[in-house]
Design a protein around this ligand. Structure first.
Ligand code: CA
Ligand code: CA
Ligand code: CA
Ligand code: ZN
Ligand code: ZN
Length: 435
């Protein structure tokens, strides 16, 4: 009896262990009415053909009404949300899946102050997986059609996780099911949005293959901004931090710290942050606390160890660890790396993937930390001008990309070939921000 199962799944019709519920019974009829009024049908409580047609439409697996027992959080308490893709579908090439999911996140990023950073980590906030039937949560999929996907609301563990039924045929177009459209809907749930009764809304429960180019209705834009309003533009809510607003294209702009984190690059200056998504032109910016509420200080140096999916953000003699998600605990002391107590300040830090070393720059000197053995290398500190011929200045920030180290010195960046030990180019620091 499909309608009973439908109402149990999506309208909280109680399951009777003794067997079937009478279709003429009061609880069943009232749930049919709930469903009919949700979809704008005549709320007769009778399973007419129109009602059955809606019930047979492919749809999202998230219920249309709240389960009262479910007291999970309704939003993330941060503006940087990380995601990671676990099991892929075979319906599309991996790179296509990557692109469709990334652009589905971008639908929400464009409409809000949220930003999404892709990681390759099991600790990411939103784990995306293609799975079939029973897959480890309490909501097994149902083969072709019916339920297409579901997502958990914000929270720890399974919170935010998004599952696609891989018994569907996932596509980029109007045949099968369009992965971009379904993913954008599910990510709405992963951010804390509920189903909408408005057929124009992206959060309408049943599948629609064609939608406007932006996917979002004005209702969706309003809802995401209501949910995350506290983080949207706090510096506009008064003139509390006008000094935090930065002009990224000022000719003398310098950075305190630069690092990749997942597939994005983070630029820190005082208590301000720019986040540039690699391969994308959109840049998110704002006070650091906007993105990471715990970080109420500036960042002196930062580095990323891809193998551990971990970023280290250093302020004076302490550092924070960002592992997978941006909601991690307390800062630790720099002595963790084996520095003598006299080291209280780091100018710049960079992790070299090729050698497994993290280099710390302090005035004229640098230190080398072995990340594999987790000890400081013997014989350091050394002089920067000896280790890096051509670099004779205090380094503000450093980042490693594709075999090159980029040294930020004042408003300039020295592109450094670490293998051949020489500077191969100089560019303006803020050219990285599209200036
Ligand atoms: Ca999660
Ligand atoms: Ca299905
Ligand atoms: Ca610095
Ligand atoms: Zn949904
Ligand atoms: Zn699931």
């Amino acid at each position: 009896m499909y309608s009973q199962e439908y109402l149990q799944k999506f309208y909280n019709l109680p399951k009777k262990p003794s067997g079937r519920i009478r279709r003429s019974g009061p609880s069943f009829t009232s749930k049919v009415k709930d469903m009919q009024s949700f979809f704008g049908l005549n709320a007769t409580g009778v399973l007419d053909s129109e009602t059955l047609e809606v019930m047979r439409s492919p749809r999202c697996g998230v219920p249309d009404v709240e389960e009262y027992s479910n007291a999970q959080g309704t939003r993330w308490n941060k503006n940087i949300i990380t995601y990671s893709i676990g099991r892929y579908t075979r319906d599309l090439p991996r790179s296509t899946v990557d692109f469709l999911l990334e652009t589905a996140f971008r639908v929400w990023a464009r409409a809000s102050s949220l930003t999404f950073v892709r990681m390759h980590s099991h600790n990411a906030d939103i784990m995306v997986e293609f799975v079939t039937s029973d897959h480890g949560d309490l909501y097994p999929f149902d083969g072709p059609r019916g339920t297409l996907a579901h997502a958990f609301g914000p929270g720890l563990g399974v919170g935010g996780d998004t599952h696609f039924d891989d018994d569907e045929r996932w596509t980029t177009g109007k045949t099968g099911f369009n992965l971009h459209v379904v993913a954008a809907h599910e990510f709405g749930h992963a951010l804390g949005l509920k189903h909408s009764r408005n057929p124009e809304s992206l959060m309408y429960p049943t599948y629609k293959s064609s939608r406007g180019a932006s996917l979002l209705a004005s209702e969706d834009v309003a809802n995401i901004n209501t949910l995350y309003s506290k983080f949207s533009h706090p510096w506009l809510s008064g003139s509390l931090f006008p000094q935090l607003m930065q002009k990224k294209c000022a000719p003398d702009l310098t950075f305190d710290a630069v690092t990749t984190i997942g597939e994005a690059t983070f630029f820190f200056r005082k208590r301000y942050l720019w986040i540039k998504h690699n391969e994308q032109y959109d840049i998110k910016e704002g006070p650091i606390t906007n993105f990471m509420p715990k970080l109420k200080t500036s960042i002196d140096a930062a580095f990323w160890v891809p193998r551990r999916s971990t970023a280290y953000l250093i302020h004076e003699s302490i550092f924070w660890t960002v592992k997978g998600s941006f909601a991690k605990g307390k800062p630790r002391s720099l002595s963790h790396f084996g520095f003598p107590a006299s080291v209280q300040d780091i100018d710049a830090a960079v992790h070299i993937v090729k050698t497994g070393r993290t280099l710390f720059f302090i005035q004229d000197n640098y230190w080398s930390y072995n990340e594999n053995r987790r000890v400081m290398d013997f014989g350091y500190p050394k002089n920067i001008s000896e280790g890096f011929p051509g670099v004779n200045a205090t380094i503000n920030a450093a980042v490693y990309k594709e075999g090159l180290i980029y040294f930020f010195v004042g408003p300039q960046v020295y592109k450094y070939d670490y293998t051949h030990k020489h500077v191969v180019g100089v560019e303006k620091a803020n050219s990285w921000l599209g200036c």
